[in-house]
Design a protein around this ligand. Sequence first.
Ligand code: DSN
Length: 422
Amino acid sequence: MSPLFSTDPPTNALVLSEQKRQRETLTLIASENYASPAVLEAAGTVYTNKYADGVPGHRDYPGCGPCDEIEELARQRLCALFGTEYANVQPYCGSIANSAVFLATLRPGDTLLSMSVEDGGHPTHGSPENLSGRLYPAVRYGVDPASGLIDEAEIAALAKKERPKMLICGASSYPRRIDFRAFAEIAGETGALCLADIAHVAGLIAAGVYPSPGGRIPLITTTTHKTLRGPRGGAVLCDATYAEAIDAAVYPGLQGGPLMHIIAAKAVCFAEAATAEFRGYADQVLTNATVLAKTLDGEGIGLATGGTDTHLMIADLEGIGLSGEEAERALEAAGICADRCPFPGRNEDYVRTSGIRFGTPAATSRGMGDEEMRAIGHLIATVLRKSGDPTTLAAVRAEVAALVSHMQRTTCVYLASLDGRT
Ligand code: DSN
């Protein structure tokens, strides 16, 4: 009997219930993944008991020797992974990492130039509903409505006109490569600071299958749990000149004590991401996305930009006559988790969208490859076409359950780490 079961049966039951959900359904949410058993183990260690406010060597509490060492290890591994001079691994999440960069480098009223949420950007890049947009007025760029692509010439013209203090690149729903070199040049020509938020593609960059902003863009933020496949959390990477200001912005600027157990898990994640096995994984994430996109295309389902060269794609629901919410609900009923999103270039909000986002990082962690992606593409098409037919949804759910159970037995070590719990 586990300690959790004997102490708190209701919570234990809910953990098992989430484990069952994760095992029996297919996750195509582009920002989700499965942390490895080693990452989960590190996240559950006694480091959770320790206060270590400050940075290694300069803490506000005694007894921080092992904390200093584990944080230094994580920092150095992260710098090596992305080729940057400095890193702060304390941010609790990506939003805090972005806020730390703003706090370290901007004053309230300074303007941002960033991608609009409607076209795939992130709310913490200056949306009016987010603190970032309240403190730092944002001018937004989008994608070309016809091609769905970021238009660097348009951004250069906007930057020249608006003279923002900071230019941000990075997105939550953009299926193509971001030209970090072009963003660095625009920032250089217009005197703007440049921030690359690589939360979505960090694992792909670490594996060398996606271009890196390292060495070009002086301020980089990321999360650690998406393609990077670590614990939930954030980090800032930067040139050494920003190190002190970033540290002070994270603590005491925005946070209290760092989550040392999560920093330990980040250290494990950064070591895993430096392996040949991880490079193979990232390569397969991209192959799987291409195969899934081609299958959807073959089924007559349109995709933003016509496809993908990342881990994600955005399907167009307009021709099918479904809203994003309706598609999301039907897919969930069929055992497939994918999230609705505004279709780029249509100026939609989240109330009624005509896009749905599919990503392959989690499915690839379960050992799925080309064959499974083709099968999944056909199942998605069936669900979208017959979303109102409960019999079809139940039949697809059974097929999905069989597929994920097969993968579970044959390849996936990730969800297996929870086996044996009662
Ligand atoms: N919420 C994340 C996503 O789903 O893309 C971004 O932070």
